[in-house]
Design a protein around this ligand. Sequence first.
Ligand code: GLU
Length: 530
Amino acid sequence: MKQNILREIYLSGAQVVRYAPSPTGFVHIGGLYQSLICKKIAKQTGGVFYVRIEDTDQKREVENGVEGILKALEDYDVSPDETLGINGEDKGNYGSYLQSKRKDIYQSYAKKLIEEGKAYPCFCSQEELNKIREDQEKAKERTGYFGKWTKCRNMPVDMAYEKIKNGDKYIIRLKSPGNPDKKIKHKDVVKGNIDFPENDQDIVIIKSDGLPTYHFAHAIDDHLMHTTLVTRGDEWVASVPLHLQLFYILGFKAPKYAHTAPLMKQEGESKRKLSKRKDAEAAVSYYKEEGIPREAVMEYLMNIANSNFEMWRKQNPDKDMMTEFDFQLNKMGVSGALFDMVKMLDVSKIVISRYSAEEVYNNVYKWAGEFDSELKEMLDNKEYSLKVLGIERGNTKPRKDIAKWSDVKYIINYMYDEKFLNSNINYEYQKINDKNEISKIVKTYFEKYYNENDDKQTWFDKMKDMAEEFGYAREVKEFKLNPENYPGHVGDISTVIRVAITGRCNTPDLYEILKVLGKESIEKRVMKIK
Ligand code: GLU
């Protein structure tokens, strides 16, 4: 009783929502998307988010399937308030949260329906069912077990009783009272108003192994667990007439439904569902392996869920989206939501740009410990690595070149002498290509202009002085006005230094790089230039 009173809080607007995965061993990014939506709704309404494991299809189940799901939710910070624990214990008052443990509950309801004449045992064999289908196809009728085609629907109770006593195999079917000529109205929270013909199929509610079908189990569970709002993939929308009918027949108040569009991938001109078989990024494990931070994944999923989130985030870069963003189910797209890895990585770059050097370091170090021992070794020198990762960070325009931890090794490896000096560098020189000229510029810079104690302004002024010494324009502007007067400008000169010291033409701020490297390292690099 007390439990019921607690759950009735939803009358005040709080929603009880659930994520109800089957433990198939594969945690799909769509599951994380659903969980994020649930968690957000529960948080926003002061409600409850729970996870129920739907394991009644025992053929699909794998070992550790439950653990994988719960671990993923924890890793992405969308843990439910109530769930089945990893060791099979219930965390919450409305369990069991594992359907296979609720067999007795489903069977009690099935018995009640049989007593009321609303369900019946069906003894039809697979051959008989095939025969019905063939006849229906021949007669160009709808297929299924319904109306005049049903064989066991009106079987006398004594006969059914005898058969069961004889050990005949049976299942339990719903005696559907529906008439497909009549329409039911459904108001979906995401999709809006939809009319459906009533269901007249005598669907299976208990299978021959005694376990319920998804349809039957979910109605009972959502009732007993006091779900107020079902959010689930829109592949279930066609089942709505059946589900509403089940709630009605069972004497339960139906929850609201929000059917969300699947995550889609662009392929050429068309879109298709993100596929577990074809797309690595469909697996939640992919993001961990690639080193895409949790916040980035969740921010991008929120972007897909409510497209106004992007603008909100721009205006509120430091706010917590879980507590402050106003998520609205009815702002979700009705058809397929495009899932674009390029966009995800862009979001990730922004997320990472907000991290301090210490945060980047801790994340990369942890990732490298698991996935890249070479990188880990580089990062073992924490003091130096913090300086490297701190380049162009913590200022108003922080660097945005890191999208994932697996990028970091390439992005920073030239900053490590043992990597840089021992490698065959393909120097990407730009405008100034003459070997002698390059060598002269680099040596002159180091011998005459470089001073490790210079502040940025002095450093830059010296670069200009050197440009002038070599006959280049001190300012780009100057060069643009009279290009015929110069072989190039100060930028071309600093590019030579940049490439000589780092091997690359695109790097963060050269002044900061030189500062971090220090004189000794720079000298060794200069020596490499013949
Ligand atoms: N177990 C169902 C599935 O994995 C859940 C559907 C629902 O959320 O009701 O598709």
